[in-house]
Structure formats: C-alpha cells, structure tokens
Design a protein around this ligand. Structure first.
Ligand code: AMO
Length: 423
C-alpha cells in the first residue's frame, strides 16, 4: 500500500511503496541517490546504480526504509523495484528543483503548471486554500450564509473601473466587477448576513504589482449595522481568526517564505483614522502637501501605524463622497466608508450602504447614472431593506502581503493581465 514521503520517518526496516515525481538525481557511481517528491514532501531513494529515468518522471517505488543520519530527514528507502508510470521528456522548460527566486516571474507564469512542482511555489496555493477555509469558517461561526451570485451582470457597480463586455445571445452583458449589488439584495432577502467567494473582473489597463484583470473577491455583507465602525469590528474579527489559524497551522509555509503574521495582540490595536487625518499624517511625514492616498501614501501610512501602534495595518475611513461608489452611505460631504491597508497595500474597501429608496435614486442620479438601468436592484429597496454594509478583501493581495511576494501575479494560479490569457 502506498505511503507518503512524510510518513517514512520512524518506520525503520519496513517494506513500503511510494509514488511521486523524480526531484533530483545524484549519481555517485556505485550508488545513486534520488529525491522523490509527492504532495507531502520528499524522501531519499537509494539505488545501487543509476536507473534509466529522467527528472520529473512519475514513478512507483518499492523498497525498505532505513535509518541514515545523513539522509535529509534521517531516513531513506533502499529500492528493490521501480516502475516508471510516466516518463518526462529531458528538455524541462524550467528547472523545478532550484531556487524559485532565480526563475523570474515570466518564466514561472509561462510554465505555470510545471512551476507548481516546486514545493515553495506550490505552498502559496496551499496557504491560499487555507485562507479561504479560515475566512469561511469564521463567518459561518457568526451566522453568515455563503452565496454564489452570477458573474454575468447587466450594469456595473464600481464606477471608475472598466467593464468587460460579453456577447450574451442577442445582447451585451458584462463580467461582474464585484458581487456588490447581489450581496446587498441578499441582506434584504432576509438572509441578513452573507458572504461570497468568487471571481471579479476589472477591465483596467494598468500593469502593476497590485492589479489583476481577474481576481478572487472575499465579500461580506451584513444587515442591521449602525455605521462603518461595525464593519471594521467584523473585519478585525475575521483577520484575528485567519492570522491566528495561519500561525497555528501554516508555520512551515511561513518559514519557507521567511514570513510572519501580525500577533493577536497587535490586531487589537489597528488604528482607525479618517481620510483627512491620513492626508495630514502623510503631509507631515513626506514633507509635502498630500491630496490623495496613492501607493506611496499607503506604504507610508503602514510605516506610521507600525511605529505608532505596533501593527502593520491601518483602517482609513470617512472618504469624500465623490471618491466612493453610488451605493455608499453619505455622512455630510464624507461617507461611512473605509479601506484597510496591510503592509503598504489596500487589501479591503467597504462601507455602510444607502438602504433608503429615495436617497438611493437621488444618489444614482447625482453620479450621472440612470436609475432605469438599476431598476431590479432599486426595487428591492422599495420593499424594506435594513440598514446594512459590507466589504471585500482581495484574496491575491492578501496572500501577497502575508508571504511578502513581490508581485500579485505570483499569488494567482492563472493570472490574467493585459497580455496574458494563457496558460
Ligand atoms: P474595491 O473595488 O475597492 O471595492 O475592491 C475591493 C478589494 O478587492 C481587491 N481588488 C483587486 N485585486 C486585484 N486586482 C484588482 N484589479 C483589484 N481591484 C480590487 C482589493 C480591494 O481592496 N464592492 C466593493 C467592496 C465593498 O464595498 O463591499 C469593491 O469591489 O483588495
């Protein structure tokens, strides 16, 4: 019966079968060491002479476990038989068993699936899978229901960012920029508390280390809130849970990347400052008048938060009305909205929403939009919608910042940017 590489340790003298990929071959003449890799890790195989096999071939091996202090985990397998299940061609497009930093992002993405054979690169997506589980786990514990809304929409929700048009039989629809309007209506449906994990599409032309044209949005929407403060409380709870779980279960991945997560104590002290305060802090620190929060400002504000509050995150709220989408609840000339910055990057936007029909119609017009185009959404607010709000965390940005990846593209399995639609 097959055992995993990680389970070899301690089973001295046992006959085992392991299956996996050939990671490294070291032929010393008279003895040949091969590292075999499976999903759990690696084990050293010992042969009397070099077998006829290539790097990355898939094999099935039988042999006896032996203790050997010089072997990577203190144990190795003396091979009796090896079967090649799938022979790899010798011209590997990238080196799998080297340091991923030496490969370069374009080579990694051009050869995405082969690049994932490298355990360090693959670990990004094991962590991402866990982040999704921790996010859902916390929200379910708070009585949130998971929804899946359509990604084909009739009108945009996030003014200022482009839409991808899709031919839909005899008319045009768009790829969803966000599940925004659906998640709000689900609060009004009586669900009260919902979350969604799904793809979001942005037809933005920039090519930056923080933008994708398709990303995964972790969306939350909650009814019966008073203000954006309730939402920042909820997001703090989510982050404490996710970071706590990562620290508990994903230490080996953090170690591979030389990364760490904020402590539970630090997360109790995330500062909440207004957009005006943020600009004042930045003007003072940068020695020039700052009018808006740009990437340089986001980095500097996180430095400030770390110096003053001992935490690498900062909430910025009370953005001006014109800077936020039409659904955002106004508060004088400002709004009940916020962003969360983490290690120099915006990872979340959120707000209380307008839940009063007349106010919503008026605001839609104020933004130069046509209420008729949003009729289905608007109708919901005519018939009883609670005060509510929510936010969205970008999965790839979050992963990027947890592990310290230099580009967001490294945190997307199959990133889509202006040039890349394959693999
Ligand atoms: P916003 O447009 O700010 O807000 O997006 C929320 C979060 O999603 C991520 N994100 C992106 N990640 C990668 N590439 C992109 N092009 C990209 N655009 C956004 C970021 C960002 O903070 N409907 C609102 C959310 C809400 O109010 O509930 C919205 O979509 O991490």
């Amino acid at each position: 019966m097959r055992v995993l590489c990680k389970d070899i340790a301690g089973s001295n003298g046992q006959e085992v079968e392991v299956k996996g990929w050939i990671h490294r071959i070291r032929d010393l003449g008279g003895v040949c060491f091969i590292m075999l890799r499976d999903r759990s890790g690696m084990v050293q195989l010992v042969f009397e002479s070099a077998p006829d096999v290539t790097l990355e071939s898939v094999v099935s091996v039988e042999g006896t476990v032996q203790e050997n202090k010089k072997a990577p985990d203190g144990y190795e397998i003396q091979v009796s038989t090896m079967k090649v299940l799938s022979r790899a061609a010798a011209d590997l497009p990238i080196q799998v068993n080297g340091d991923p930093d030496k490969l370069g992002i374009e080579a990694i993405l051009d050869n995405r699936v082969i690049s994932l054979r490298n355990p360090k690169i693959r670990s990004i997506f094991h962590l991402q899978s866990n982040i999704l589980a921790y996010f859902a786990e916390y929200l379910r514990s708070q009585d949130f229901t998971e929804i899946k809304s359509s990604k084909l929409i009739g009108s945009g929700s996030e003014g200022g960012t482009g839409l991808f048009e899709v031919e839909y039989f005899d008319r045009k629809v768009y790829l969803a920029q966000s599940p925004q309007l659906y998640k709000q209506t689900m609060v009004a449906s009586g669900m009260e508390r919902v979350f969604e994990i799904g793809a979001a599409y942005r037809a933005e032309k920039h090519d930056t280390p923080r933008h994708l044209n398709e990303y995964v949005s972790l969306d939350v929407e909650m009814g019966f809130i008073e203000s954006d403060q309730d939402l920042m409380d909820l997001e703090t709870g989510i982050l404490k849970h996710i970071f706590g779980r990562i620290a508990e279960y994903d230490g080996s991945i953090l170690e591979q990347w030389g990364a760490s997560v904020p402590s539970q104590e630090a997360l109790d002290h995330i500062p909440r400052i207004s957009h005006d305060e943020a600009k004042a802090i930045l003007s003072e620190r940068l020695g020039k008048r700052v009018f808006e929060l740009n990437p340089e400002g986001e980095r500097e504000l996180c430095e400030w938060a770390l110096e003053k509050h001992g935490v690498e995150l900062v909430f910025v709220n009370a953005f001006p009305r014109k800077k936020r989408p039409f659904y955002t609840y106004p508060d004088g000339m400002k709004t009940m909205s916020f962003d969360l910055l983490f290690r120099g990057l915006e990872i979340t936007s959120g707000s209380r929403r307008i839940n009063e029909y007349d106010m919503l119609v008026e605001n839609i017009k104020r933004f130069g939009l046509d209420p008729a185009g949003l009729a289905g959404y608007l109708e919901v607010f005519k018939y009883g919608a609670p005060p509510h709000g929510g936010f969205a965390i970008g999965l790839e940005r979050f992963t990027q910042k947890v592990l310290g990846l230099s580009s967001i593209k490294e945190a997307s399995l199959f990133p889509r940017d202006r040039k890349r639609v394959a693999p």
